[in-house]
Write a protein that binds this ligand. Structure first.
Ligand code: SAH
Length: 243
């Protein structure tokens, strides 16, 4: 299951943090590191801080965008140094580990970490099913990036499924993160065409709809139905049958 878990670091500024994250991962039996536009990688400092976890660094996948790093993932968890982020569901590391291990039975899953100075953008957070916040001193809540990676990887290491709460989700062929993204684009476009959504005053409609559909976890067949409904609403189906 751990082979299905990706640790994604977005726009990391300090190569040392990349190395330290690789070390934290390997200590906890995780090996799939994805780096979205790292500033300065590969770098001797990263290798030094990896302290023997060179294989994790050597196999790290460098990506141009978060979307690319999430390609093929059906479940995505964001991390936040702030405990209260309006509009996003937030879990603690233990709950997160249980959910991530459960989802990893069905395919690739990602844990996404933000920039040292500014964390993750709203646009990036929108790609996440929920956020995890490591409980901290409320007046000093931001951990070093690699320390945050360590805590979450440790929880994944500790997780052992309780026999009574056997992970019961039958193997559903869930829509991938990429399929969910193009669905959300299609949904937004359709709502604008239907004049239900004012593109100039979108408010939080799309964010709320994202939360709703992410909670529903549609599988590929359900996703096809939803896409069909949108196309029908856009009049495409009508157009196609006519031509
Ligand atoms: N000033 C930034 C802090 C970023 S810390 C902000 O307010 O968002 C760099 C990264 O480390 C974060 O993006 C997150 O991935 C991780 N991190 C730091 N502290 C964390 C915490 N308490 N819980 C979860 N992740 C944390």
């Amino acid at each position: 299951m751990k082979k299905n878990i990706r640790i994604v670091l977005v726009n990391t500024s300090h190569p040392g943090n990349i190395g330290a994250a690789a070390r934290a991962m390997k200590n906890m039996c995780l090996e799939r590191l994805y780096l979205v536009e790292p500033k300065g990688f590969p770098c001797a400092e990263a290798t030094a801080r990896a302290s023997g976890a060179d294989d994790v660094l050597a196999n790290a996948v460098v990506c141009e965008s978060l979307g690319q790093a999430l390609d093929g993932c059906h479940f995505v968890v964001g991390t936040s140094a702030r405990s209260r982020r309006i509009s996003w569901p937030v879990a603690d590391p233990r709950q997160t580990a249980a959910r991530v291990m459960q989802e990893a039975q069905q395919g690739d899953v990602a844990l996404v970490f933000g920039r040292e100075h500014s964390g993750l953008t709203n646009e990036e957070l929108e790609k996440c099913h929920f956020l995890v916040h490591i409980p901290t001193n409320p007046d000093y809540s931001s951990l070093n990036l690699a320390a945050a990676v360590q805590v979450l990887c440790y929880e994944l290491m500790l997780f052992s499924p309780d026999e009574n709460s056997q992970l019961e989700d039958e193997a559903r062929d869930l829509a991938s993160a990429e399929e969910m993204e193009s669905f959300f684009e299609h949904l937004e476009q359709t709502l604008v065409e239907l004049a239900f959504l004012d593109a100039n005053h979108p408010r939080k409609l799309m964010r709320r709809l994202r939360r709703f559909f992410n909670r529903a976890r549609p599988d590929k067949t359900e996703m096809n139905i939803l896409r069909g409904v949108l196309s029908a609403a856009q009049g495409k189906k009508l157009y196609r049958t006519k031509s």
